[in-house]
Design a protein around this ligand. Structure first.
Ligand code: C5P
Length: 232
């Protein structure tokens, strides 16, 4: 694992995701499978994309009582994905249970990371809708510390918070960062955004890029641009 661009394949069918991936002849991008594709196609889509040689971040953002999350994670660990995740707001106990469920009998497991605050959330929506009144970056650091103490491998956060997360949880604690846009791109529903180049500067380990690649006129060129800016 190292610096890489993860492509958010937010499609609603196997046909669409394969039509997208078939455009990549030379590269095998790291693929993020989210709720839309997973709910549409089920676990088989994970196996098929894995069989094509892609690394997979299964982004299902689990959040439930510890026992339910533990059992769900145990099912997901049999899918042989590289990264999976949950919401840190589910508490430390839920994260510890998740880790237990994810660990296979031989001791191996996918990486487990926690969503801190979604990159579509800003200070105002957090205060108004969630009644959390602390500064957003302190909330993110608090959740990151909880995730580290629960034994997780890293967090999903905005690139704007990556440096601070490394500062409080160490350089090895992974920061996987969505909310990435090219300099001239449209932010859409994302509120805390940066360019791939800036994300690199800020210390992100992985950037997650969806629409700037999937909706580009030339997705392969957009992917290469993201890799060039982020990895160099
Ligand atoms: O299209 P876009 O680049 O905005 O896609 C970002 C992806 O990252 C989406 O699949 C979204 O679900 C995911 N994500 C996010 N913010 C988080 C966690 C995941 O945007 N905090």
């Amino acid at each position: 694992m190292g610096k890489d661009v993860i492509v958010a394949c937010d499609f609603s069918s196997a046909e669409q995701v394969f039509a997208f991936l078939d455009q990549f002849q030379e590269e095998k991008p790291f693929v993020k499978i989210g709720m839309e594709l997973f709910y549409a196609e089920g676990p088989q889509i994970v196996r098929e994309i894995k069989k094509r040689g892609h690394k997979i971040f299964l982004d299902l953002k689990l959040h439930d009582i510890p026992n339910t999350v533990k059992k769900a994670m145990s099912v997901l660990s049999s899918l042989d994905v590289d990264i999976c995740n949950l919401h840190a707001s589910g508490t430390k106990r839920m994260m510890e249970a998740a880790l237990e469920g994810l660990t296979r009998p031989d001791g191996t497991r996918p990486l487990l990371i926690a969503v801190t605050q979604l990159t579509s959330t800003d200070q105002e929506s957090m205060e108004k809708d969630l009644l959390i009144r602390e500064p957003l970056d302190e909330v993110v650091m608090h959740y990151a510390r909880n995730a580290m103490e629960a034994g997780l491998d890293g967090v999903v956060c905005s690139p704007l918070e990556a440096g601070k997360v490394h500062g409080c949880c160490g350089e090895k604690f992974l920061t996987v960062t969505p909310g990435v846009r090219f300099a001239e791109g449209d932010a859409g529903d994302q509120k805390r955004v940066t360019t791939p180049e800036k994300a690199k500067e800020l210390g992100s380990d992985y950037i997650v890029v969806g629409r700037p690649i999937t909706a580009a006129a030339d997705p392969v060129a957009a992917y290469r641009r993201a890799v060039k800016e982020f990895v160099g």
